[in-house]
Design a binder for this molecule. Structure first.
Ligand SMILES: Cc1cc2nc3c(=O)[nH]c(=O)nc-3n(C[C@H](O)[C@H](O)[C@H](O)COP(=O)(O)OP(=O)(O)OC[C@H]3O[C@@H](n4cnc5c(N)ncnc54)[C@H](O)[C@@H]3O)c2cc1C
Length: 419
């Protein structure tokens, strides 16, 4: 590698950053990829780790092994603390890096909307630590319920509240129901499972707002068939670890609250010295460059760009397509050509609600039930990185499907306390 090659720094090895790094393999540049984690995480399957369906290792893969063989790439495990766009310096826990071009792909974070109790006592679902914490919480609640003599406290232990009726909330509520009624029912024969309540709260008047109304209704019906109480127009005020307070005065006694109601850009987006939107996302030019800083690009969840009058969603296909567009624009810049605007091609959306049940909206077509579920399975298997992960996930799914079992019912606390 010679000193005359430009240095491209990519911040974040998620969907966008990883794609950009791979696409730059033949570009004459020194590419430095930074992430505070040593693995790439497939977030769409996090809820299955949280509900004891998959092991954490099955949805993550070491970044170094994914990028093996890319001769122009250097991976550094480091936390990025701030970026000086004017001086073109990235400040990290492992020192400073001067760049010629920057691809900012630091992704998103859970937005608790300032609800301190929800943040402290509830559970977001953004990384493997969150997912394992939810799994521990659900399993501990069942263990606690077997020992609890007081009926009201036992009921609260067996009440699981999921907040947010988007795909993550819908998928999580459906998966908890199947864990409880198909698997834990066999592990806890002494517990009266009619006391279990799984509640999905959504502030808007329908589930899955990104999908057609008919699919929202279908998702609701399927969830209700799976014994999930769906409550629309229900807004959580806060949670104190004992009960969830709703706007309007009602409260739900529960020990478990999973917050799938808000996403914002990663906090690092606040450390670039540029204005951000309400969700902390960085507004970009249509070419994905930061206004006034043409050497800096932002992609994925951290980028704010509107198409057809609405912000592009915080979803994996947006990050991946933006990465492709940025690599093309970087190469144009290096050749001294003008950059071109990004255009998003929506591949559609999918959400599963447990075995044999999903809803899909693809290329204007809506479908549901078993066909949608099969499409969901295939799409997620294809998108998972690594043959080994795909194989293990497939085997796990097959065992779950045919034996009505979940492999990972381990409580793995951080301390010596049992729960
Ligand atoms: C539970 C859940 C389910 C989802 N389901 C779906 C789905 O079904 N379909 C779909 O399309 N999308 C889904 N998404 C959204 C999708 O995962 C994101 O849109 C996508 O990951 C965004 O890609 P990205 O590259 O912008 O960021 P990410 O993939 O989040 O990657 C960001 C990377 O930046 C790193 N990073 C952040 N801050 C720093 C720092 N300060 N220093 C160093 N590194 C840093 C992180 O460690 C991470 O590796 C889901 C998200 C979640 C949380």
């Amino acid at each position: 590698m010679t000193d005359t090659l430009p240095t491209i720094v990519i911040v974040g090895a998620g969907f966008g950053g990883l794609r950009a790094a791979r696409r730059l393999r033949a570009t004459p540049a020194h590419v430095i990829l930074l992430d505070r984690r040593n693995h790439h995480l497939f977030q769409p399957l996090l809820y299955q780790v949280a509900t004891a369906g998959l092991e954490p290792e099955q949805i993550a893969k070491p970044i170094r092994s994914i990028l093996r063989g890319l001769s122009n790439l250097e991976f550094r495990l480091a936390e990025v603390r701030s970026i000086d766009l004017g001086q073109r310096i990235v400040h990290t826990s492992a020192g400073e890096i001067v760049y010629d071009y920057l691809v900012f792909a630091a992704g998103g974070a859970t937005d608790f909307f300032g609800k301190h109790g929800v943040r402290q006592y509830g559970h977001g679902l953004k990384d493997l630590r969150d997912a394992v914490a939810i799994r521990n919480q659900i399993l501990c609640a069942f263990e606690g319920a077997t020992l609890e003599q007081d009926p009201a406290r036992r009921r609260a232990l067996l009440t699981f509240v999921v907040v947010g009726g988007g795909p993550t909330g819908v998928e999580t509520a459906g998966a908890i129901s199947e864990l409880v009624h198909l698997v834990l029912a066999k592990d806890y024969p002494g517990l009266n499972l009619t006391q279990v309540e799984i509640v999905l709260l959504e502030a808007a008047e329908r589930l899955l707002p990104g999908m057609p109304e008919s699919l929202s209704r279908a998702a609701r019906k399927t969830l209700e068939r799976k014994r999930v109480s769906v409550r629309l127009g229900a807004r959580v005020e806060d949670f104190d670890g004992q009960s969830a307070a709703l706007v309007g005065g009602e409260s739900i006694s529960c020990r478990t609250l999973i917050w799938a109601a808000g996403a914002r850009a990663a906090p690092l987006a606040d450390q670039l010295g540029v204005p951000t939107t309400r969700q902390g996302r960085i507004p970009v030019e249509p070419t994905l460059q930061v206004s006034g800083n043409p050497q800096a690009f932002v992609i994925g969840d951290a980028a704010y760009l509107e198409a057809d009058g609405a912000p592009l969603p915080m979803m994996a296909p947006v990050a991946v397509q933006m990465a492709d567009a940025v690599v093309d624009n970087l190469e144009r810049l290096m050749r001294g050509e003008p950059t071109v605007p990004f255009r998003y091609r929506n591949p559609g959306s999918l959400a599963t609600i447990g075995r044999n049940a999903a809803v899909a909206h693809v290329r204007g077509l809506s479908f549901k039930g078993f066909p949608a579920w099969v499409v969901w399975l295939v799409v997620h298997l294809i998108q998972l990185i690594g043959f080994r992960n795909r194989l293990f996930v497939l085997v796990n799914w097959a065992v779950d499907y045919f034996l009505y079992d979940r492999a990972v019912r381990l409580i793995t606390p951080d301390t010596d306390e049992p729960c």
